[in-house]
Design a protein around this ligand. Sequence first.
Ligand code: S3P
Length: 434
Amino acid sequence: MTSTFSLSPGGSLRGDLRVPGDKSISHRSIMLGALAEGRTTVTGFLDGEDCLATLAAFQAMGVPIERQESNTVIIDGVGLQGLKAPGGPLDMGNSGTAMRLLCGVLAGQEFDSVLAGDASLSRRPMRRVTEPLARMGARIDTTESGTPPLRVRGGQLLAGQRHTLAVASAQVKSALLLAGLWSRGETCVTEPAPTRDHTERMLQGFGYEVRRDGSTVCLVGGGRLRACPVDVPADISSAAFFLVGATIAPGSDVLLRHVGVNPTRTGVIDILRLMGASIEVLERREIGGEPVADLRVQWAPLHGIEIPRELVPLAIDEFPALFVAAACADGDTLLTGAEELRVKESDRIQVMADGLGVLGVECEVRPDGIRIRGRESLGKGVIESHGDHRIAMSFAMAALRSEGSLEIRDCANVATSFPGFPEMARAAGLGIRA
Ligand code: S3P
């Protein structure tokens, strides 16, 4: 894939699609499969660069992991005491999830390790995990500004703690729970608002006891993980681009198959519906402890809303796409309470506002959100994605309502979460060339 997307304006989306596997669940399937006793078979694995970084890290720590055709991965788990010192620094690429969750795993090992990442990851805040891990006895050095590379000292004795998180973050919660596996006593995490709970669900699937009490989740260290098959559903965060694209493009009608609809992830559906979208959730079922459904989305006129704050953590990765929906809605859409967007793969508030500005959309940027004034149609021009996969794919969908061609720069990182995006979007009717 070249790093520029060229888009011709207009068109509609139609088709019966299965977007690639869930990124969060794919990362966790490698981690828990590696730490379990026995052979774990993962199907529907996302072979995007982020999850492949996690896979390579565990291979580097001596875990036999084999990738097979059709997104199947076989992991011969080494057990909680079986990881070996890697030969060099572990490269997490663009992936905040990989780096933060691995902090939790590496904090409990006998050996030293180093976690590094690309330019974007090297700017992201890591003290949110290293500080609470330090309270458990971990020793992890960051740069002076609290960013990677991270140096993790092995051989520390960890003790379970009760953590109350200041930020609603599934990555922090998961890192602490993972460190809790090697800690004496009980580790508890209380979150300020519900966040994705894939770690808790998958730990239970692997036979580990996890206790939930309201907004607190606890586990006791020293147990064992038993291998368990994992069927990864399609990623609702990838489906989101088609949910928005089909909603804004007259004549669209798309069926998205086998999408993960864990209630901690479905904020995008709720927000789009509040704006007037037509999304049906069909054939709800549960697979491997995760709710799954088919989603049918058809074109519908949208109106601006004030996005309820409690939905923010439940749609945290979908705001770039939702901003494009807001730009096509009648009236203003206001987002508040979303300062976390500033520390994702890019500053998603500013980068989206800049791109929407190119398309003639009026935005008022706030420290914790944005007000977007919708338009009948969008302008044309050249947009910088700043290497952020979700920014690139969101603006690609904006072409469905633009008056002229769009060029989106720096799109190579689309491969971190959605390999094959241009091809799938083109087959559905988007005028995209990559
Ligand atoms: C993720 C948690 C979220 C999300 C990220 C994946 C995870 O990050 O943005 O893409 O898999 O736990 P935060 O925990 O920082 O909100």
